[in-house]
Design a protein around this ligand. Sequence first.
Ligand code: SF4
Ligand code: FES
Length: 250
Amino acid sequence: MKLKLKIWRQKNAQDKGKMVDYDIEGVSGDMSFLEMLDVLNNQLIGKDEDPVAFDHDCREGICGSCSLFINGEAHGPDRLITTCQLHMRKFKDGDTVYIEPFRAGAFPVIKDLVVDRSALDRIQQAGGYVSVNTSGNTQDANAIPVPKSDADKAFDAATCIGCGACVASCKNASAMLFVAAKVSQFALLPQGKIEAKRRVLNMVEQMDKEGFGSCTNTGACEAECPKGISLENIARMNREYLSASFTANE
Ligand code: SF4
Ligand code: FES
């Protein structure tokens, strides 16, 4: 296939940035989207030009680092996959493909397609963990009964990979789906109850501090999430937040 690529190029955080056109040939439908960018970068390096910077690590849909906005959609035109799992067979010969970074005030561009998503890490640090009693009389986790339906929902929430597609897809750049997944994965389990109040209050406070927008229930986050994280988690987080706010001083 031959494709016309329109790629966001930005030298550094201060640079204004602009879309730049590239023509690429010999793209196979079996290539992943990132492999297609590798081919482009080899061509650019061969011409002594600066290769396009983009984030990636596992290339297996696990790490959440390959966050690209492709033809106006987070992670591209397929559903329930990350950019590294997107294959070029989803495009046709002669197509024009727009490739941009995830855009949000809380995700400043570092270079080209690479954004700083450490705001999500700071939210996680504010409460996305459970403390473990290591005094010697720790209860075996397997001896704590958990209803199967709760375990399944907690596991579904825990599949969030922190990619930020929910933020990039939301017209308000809200991080509610991410935070809701991280709150829910513990709220549903007995192990998460001890710090539950503090967790939801601190994580929401950090989310606001980082400059993410509010949720207005448009559902774009759920539609574009590569892991299918459900809006049900936002409802759960809101319940957790309300109850923690009313009883915070108890
Ligand atoms: S909720 Fe989905 S879209 Fe948002 S960070 Fe987690 S995996 Fe990515
Ligand atoms: S490179 Fe890790 S999820 Fe895509």
